[in-house]
Design a protein around this ligand. Structure first.
Ligand code: FMN
Length: 202
């Protein structure tokens, strides 16, 4: 994958989508350093690659600091353009989100607030993967985000993958070690690729 002119992340690489027509895009919905979310995301990228469907990756760890200036509501910094473009060009979007205080991370909502409305999510299919340290498996964050997706005119792929007790499912290298979890992710990938294809957006 070509790189954006941004700092390289530890586990996933953001794709340069400037010359790409349409791709399924995975969004890492946290910027917490060393997050388990990016580890799970790296595994999902491999799953899609094995199905000849390379993913573009939007990694919120790489958001430029200047996007957090209050002036960004009115005028986006040039450094945000690749993030907007990756969303605009996505044929489908896989959200990988942790659970923070019973919701999705604040930085994810802020990211959405920085995107163009309504064209960013309009008619786009969304799949969800959630993870948490506790027993919730990010079910609440996913439900909350589904409400936003409906409002923002996106389409929900109903086969969600929730991973409670995430620390039990990662090995020392940060790889998913639980076969059953990997199988659910694989099944979701098969279904989502088909779903996006049926919508004519693959
Ligand atoms: C700010 C914050 C809030 C959190 N709130 C919850 C929570 O409400 N429920 C839960 O099960 N885990 C909670 N966690 C733990 C995360 O689910 C856990 O860190 C998990 O690894 C996913 O987050 P990560 O991608 O940042 O690692 C919280 C973690 C942080 C940093």
């Amino acid at each position: 994958m070509l790189m954006l002119n941004l700092l390289p992340p530890k586990t996933c690489q953001m794709a340069d989508v400037r010359h790409v027509s349409r791709m399924i895009t995975l969004l890492i919905a946290t910027n917490r350093p060393g997050s388990n979310t990016e580890k799970v995301a790296a595994h999902i990228v491999e799953i899609y690659k094995a199905r000849n469907t390379p993913l573009a990756v939007i990694d919120l760890h790489q958001l430029p600091p200047e996007i957090f200036a209050a002036t960004s509501y009115a005028e986006k910094p040039a450094s945000f353009a690749p993030f907007q473009e990756a969303i605009s060009k996505a044929s489908g979007i896989i959200i990988v989100t942790p659970e923070y205080n019973g919701g999705f991370p604040g930085v994810f909502k802020y990211f959405i607030d920085m995107l163009k409305f309504p064209e960013s999510f309009n008619g786009k299919p969304f799949a969800f993967v959630g993870l948490s340290a506790g027993i919730g498996g990010a079910g609440r964050p996913i439900e909350q985000f589904e409400t936003l997706v409906s409002y923002l005119r996106g389409l929900i792929f109903p086969q969600t993958v929730m991973v409670p007790g995430i620390f039990n499912h990662l090995d020392e290298a940060g790889r998913l070690k639980t076969k059953e979890v990997v199988e659910r992710l694989e099944k979701q990938a098969d279904g989502f690729i088909k779903f996006v294809g049926q919508l004519g957006k693959a």
